[in-house]
Ligand binder design. Structure first.
Ligand code: 5GP
Length: 112
């Protein structure tokens, strides 16, 4: 998989506002927030997208979801939205799997 901007954040080659880290994942504030709270939760292991993940990553994917909820609690959100854009057509722009955790304002459904 090609190196992305998120690999550079993991390796501290570029700065990010990190809000959570453990051996398997990193969570940091989105540079272009779409709500008062907008955090990205990423695996340290470079997985391109949900489309290329396989069963070997099952435990890691569960871990990422639980940490997304952990970050939401840490940010004192009562409700929040988790989004995983998969593929260009869906709006994925960085090809290193990431969960958006968005909250702090009312949100409509369906999303645009
Ligand atoms: P995607 O569109 O792939 O689902 O989401 C990629 C997200 O990464 C976007 O919301 C974008 O604002 C964010 N992003 C892109 N480059 C950087 C960066 O260098 N630092 C941070 N913190 N976020 C970034």
């Amino acid at each position: 998989m090609a190196e992305t901007i998120f690999s550079k954040i993991i390796h501290r080659q570029i700065p990010a506002d990190i809000v959570y880290e453990d051996d398997h994942c990193l969570a940091f504030r989105d540079i272009s927030p779409q709500a008062p709270v907008h955090v990205l939760v990423i695996p340290k292991e470079p997985i391109e997208s949900l489309a290329t993940a396989n069963g070997d990553s099952a435990e890691l994917l569960g871990h990422l979801l639980l940490k997304a909820a952990h970050v939401a609690r840490q940010e004192q959100l009562e409700g929040w939205r988790t989004v995983i854009n998969t593929g260009t057509e869906a709006g994925q722009t960085v090809f290193h799997l990431h969960i958006h955790v968005i909250g702090g304002r009312p949100m409509a459904w369906p999303p645009g």
